[in-house]
Design a protein around this ligand. Structure first.
Ligand SMILES: [Zn+2]
Length: 196
């Protein structure tokens, strides 16, 4: 089932999300719905707060980047096959010199900006069966994980921009929170749900 994606301005996107355990109701179904929602919106990542749940879980599937010719064949292959569900993740380490990448977000349609992040991460997380792993990632995969991880910490990519850029985007962001935007997927807008 495709779930509506929460738009910029909804307080759930600003919350620090909480851990879950195996007793979380209908978890497998929720994860399946989140994948369907992410693919329906042509996203490469989706965090639980973006469908209105302040829990520490996100999904990543970088396969759409595999078509990008600017990556090496090896990187393309890696991006093509990277699909993973992260539950209760903790970024243990981030290292290297920050690099810029033009990021977007399903909760902030039509806005893309360069965001600076460190290239390498070490992350501990649990899978859908609550097995724990510690893994290292770099490049674009690390980038998508960092973006999604920020969501469960209540941080959006627009929070990381310069105050000048934020001022420039203010009107556009306000329009998104008021639902004055056209997205190709189902969204839920804070101003509209308040009216009910
Ligand atoms: Zn996002």
């Amino acid at each position: 089932m495709i779930l509506p994606i929460v738009a910029y301005g909804d307080p759930v996107l600003k919350k620090k999300a909480v851990e879950i355990d195996a007793s979380y109701p209908n978890l497998k179904e929720l994860i399946a719905n989140m994948y369907e929602t992410m693919y329906g919106a042509y996203g490469v990542g989706l965090a639980a707060p973006q469908i209105g749940l302040a829990i520490r879980m996100f999904l990543v599937d970088t396969s759409p980047f595999a078509e990008d010719e600017s990556f090496s064949k090896e990187e393309q292959e890696e991006l093509k096959n990277f699909k993973k569900t992260f539950i209760n993740p903790v970024i243990l380490e981030e290292e290297g010199d920050e690099w810029a990448f033009n990021e977007g977000c399903l909760s902030i349609p039509d806005i893309r900006e360069d965001v600076f992040r460190q290239p390498k991460i070490k992350i501990q997380y649990q899978d859908e069966d609550f097995n724990t792993y510690t893994e290292e990632y770099d490049g674009l995969i690390a980038r998508v994980i960092q973006h999604e991880y920020d969501h469960i910490e209540g941080i959006l990519f627009t929070d990381k921009l310069s105050s000048f850029k934020k001022r420039l985007l203010k009107g556009k962001l306000q329009n998104i929170s008021k639902g004055k935007i056209r997205a190709d997927y189902k969204m839920r807008f804070p101003a509209m749900s308040r009216k009910r």
